[in-house]
Each structure stands twice: as C-alpha cells, then as structure tokens.
Ligand binder design. Structure first.
Ligand SMILES: CC(C)(COP(=O)(O)OP(=O)(O)OC[C@H]1O[C@@H](n2cnc3c(N)ncnc32)[C@H](O)[C@@H]1OP(=O)(O)O)[C@@H](O)C(=O)NCCC(=O)NCCS
Length: 383
C-alpha cells in the first residue's frame, strides 16, 4: 500500500496554507491587491487618525464605534484591571534578567490564568472579563518586566491615563508628551487586529479544542515571537543600526540581496502592494524624527525602502516603519515585539470569541509521503 492510496479523500492545501479561507469572520477585512484594510467596515487609516485605541477595542469586541458614554463604561474595567497580581510580580523578579521580553510575556500570560477567577469559564460573560484583564495586564507586564530587569521597581498604573499613555508612563516613570501618546496610540490602533495572521490562527487552533483564553493567547504570543511574524520589527531596527548612516543603505541592501538574505520588514503573504499600515507608520516615524531633530533612522529606512524597491517587487510591511517609530519613542528594541502583542491582544480575544460562536475542532491532515508497508523486525535483528 502506498501513501497515495492511503490518503482517501484528502486533498493537499497550498504550501503555508496560502490563499486558504479558514472560515467566516466579520472582524477585519484585508484587500491584498488594493492594499487596504478595515476593522468592522471602517478603514484603518481613518481609525488611526481619528479614533483612540480604546475606541478601536470597543469596535473589535462590540462591532460598533462607541459614543462618549458607552466608551466611558467600556474603558472602566480596562483601566481597573491594569494592576498585576503581586504573585506575578514576585515571579517576574525570579526570572533571569537576560530573558527576552517575549519569552517573559509568553510565560507571564500563562501565569496570569492561575490568578484569574474566570480562568476555566468560557461563557461569553467570563470571556469578556478575561479579555479585559488580558488586554489591560499585557501592557503592565511588558512595562514591569523592563523595570525589573533593569533593577527597578515596577511603576503602578495611572488610572487617569489612556492605555497608550499609561504604557509609556509605566515604562519610563514620567508622563509622556502628547505627540508620543498620539504616535503610540495610532501604532496600537493599526496593529490591533489583522485577519487570520499566524498568531491569531494559533489562538483559533487552541480555542477550537475548547481550551481556555489564556492558553489561546499564550500560543498566540509564542507565534508572534518569530521573525517571520512580529519579531521582524526588532530585526528591522537592528538592520538600521548596523547600516548606521543613510549613505550606506544602498550598498548594504545590494550586498544583502546578493547573498539571498531576506530584508526584514518587507514582503507579505496577503499584500501584493504596500501594506496599508506602512503609510501612516512612515508619516508618524517622520513626525517623531522631526520632533526630536533626529531624522537619521527615518532617512535610513527611506533609503533602504528605495534600494529594495529598485531590485525586488516586495513592499514594506507593518514592521518596517514601526521600527524607527518605536525606537524614537525610546522603546528598547527587544520590547518592540512585546508591544506588538500589547496592541494585538485585543484582536486575538475578538477572534477567540468569534471562533467559539461557530466552533468546530481544527484538525487538518498532513500530506503523508512516507512508506506504509514496512515489516517490523525485533530489535536484535536490526542493523
Ligand atoms: C512575510 C513573509 C514571511 C511572507 O512569506 P511568503 O508569503 O511565504 O513569501 P515568500 O517568502 O515565499 O516570498 C516570495 C518571494 O518574495 C521574496 N521575498 C519575500 N520577502 C522578502 C524579503 N523580506 N526580502 C527579500 N525578498 C523577499 C522571496 O525571496 C520570494 O522570492 P522568489 O520567489 O524569487 O524566491 C516574507 O515576506 C518574509 O520573510 N518577510 C521578512 C519578515 C517580515 O518582515 N515579516 C513580517 C511580516 S508582517
């Protein structure tokens, strides 16, 4: 018997599941050919410019943009749930200081479930409470870890600040400027969701087994960590630092492409044109550079973009201009991907809730290519 005739009615999917439609969704729509993206029907360019991250989380979870009263009620638990259980802070203090913040986040999200009164409850009400806690606390975890690894005490969240402003405050210990808050808020809005990217799919796979939200988000953090997904923003910044000066970008890219290296922050599975998030992120990175009178990183990025476009058809993706933007905000490079998670956790939660509304176990097959008719030999008769 061969593998082929053992494969009954299974048809292989395209490599990397490219082009495969997993199931219905009404959260985020991407048009990879026109280069546009919508949350619940609203263009993300409008949302990034005119709405706050909190309004966008409401949009993702409730399906509509809130009025002032609804927003105030919606934001209340997101603010109230920011603090970490003391046991979690104690645990973070025990971790090796050199641990990558994404490893720490992966562990800490999982740890939070032990202190969540709704941990095992997947009723819609409990799911919402857990989504609020996870969205609120992920931000605190990332800021707290940066303080702890630098030998400092975590800073308690400030309930008077927005989600974006509070993150910067907990990280740096001082109230952020308006321009910095606007930049981070828009960044978080643009990254809050993105259809069925690898980390969201990981969350859906876990959810499909009727496991819990913390397990789904832990898996999603693990998937986001990889350099082909969220980890690309750190790698892009490392490249800009290595290039060091705009005049060196062209030669750097020429050499890298001649060596068949992938340039981090370029290319996308869905977008055949520029990633729509790239345009506002580029504008914000420039604005921050001008504000700080430090345009070097932005200019290196622009030169890298031009050098790649001259030689390849791949376009910039979300991670490319995120890199100078976050760097200019004073975010340590290894916090770039954790900050991506801080923004994306709202999207993961929205997809988990949607998945449970029409759940069926996700259980594909491999395209088995090996033999099926080997004769077993006892151990003493094997070579
Ligand atoms: C995002 C990514 C994983 C998508 O992968 P994919 O859909 O499987 O596409 P492929 O890796 O097969 O790339 C298709 C072609 O574009 C090229 N390409 C894709 N991304 C590239 C990049 N960043 N730099 C240079 N060439 C790239 C590939 O070499 C390939 O060329 P070929 O057909 O001549 O071999 C891929 O573009 C990538 O690795 N990008 C860098 C990491 C990154 O920025 N990730 C963040 C994504 S938001």
């Amino acid at each position: 018997m061969t593998a082929e005739n053992n494969s009954n009615d299974v048809r292989p999917a395209p490599s990397g599941l490219e082009g495969v439609i997993f199931g219905p969704s009404s959260i985020t729509f991407l048009d990879g050919h026109r280069g546009c993206m919508f949350y619940r029907g609203y263009n993300i360019l409008d949302l990034a410019e005119k709405a706050t991250y909190e309004e966008v989380v409401h949009l993702l979870w409730e399906g509509s943009l809130p009025g002032r009263e609804k927003l105030a009620a919606f934001t209340k638990p997101l603010v109230a749930q920011r603090a970490l259980p003391p046991e979690v802070i104690r645990f973070l203090k025990e971790l090796p200081k050199k641990s990558h913040p994404m490893e720490v986040l992966r562990t800490a999200v999982s740890l939070l479930s032990h202190f969540d009164p709704d941990a095992a409850d997947s009723s819609p009400e409990a799911l919402r409470r857990k989504a609020e806690r996870l969205t609120a606390k992920t931000s605190t975890l990332v800021a707290a870890w940066d303080r702890i690894r630098n030998g400092k005490e975590p800073i308690a969240p400030d309930p008077s600040l927005s989600h974006a402003a509070n993150f910067l405050y907990m990280l740096k210990g001082e109230k952020p400027s308006v321009i910095d808050v606007q930049a981070l808020d828009a960044y978080m809005t643009l990254l809050a969701d993105h259809d069925l990217n690898a980390s969201t799919f990981a969350a859906c796979v876990v959810t499909s087994t009727l496991s819990d939200l913390h397990s789904a988000v832990t898996a999603a953090v693990g998937a986001l960590k990889g350099p082909l997904h969220g980890g690309a923003n750190e790698k892009a910044m490392e490249m800009f630092l290595e290039i060091g000066d705009p005049s060196k970008a062209e030669a750097y890219i020429e050499k890298a492409l001649a060596e068949k290296k992938k340039i981090m922050g370029f290319g996308h599975r869905v977008y055949k044109v520029e990633d729509p998030r790239s345009v506002p992120l580029k504008a914000i990175a420039r604005r921050l550079g001008e504000d700080r009178k430090e345009l070097r990183w932005f200019e290196i990025a622009v030169k890298v973009e031009a050098a790649v476009y001259k030689r390849k058809t791949v376009k910039t993706n979300v991670d490319f201009y995120s890199a100078p933007l976050l760097y200019l905000l004073g975010i340590p490079i290894d916090l770039f991907t954790p900050l991506f998670a801080v923004a994306r956790v709202a999207g993961w939660c929205a997809h988990v809730v949607e998945q449970l509304e029409h759940n069926r176990l996700i259980r594909p097959r491999t395209d088995y290519m090996g033999p099926t008719d080997r004769t077993f030999a006892p151990i003493d008769q094997r070579g």
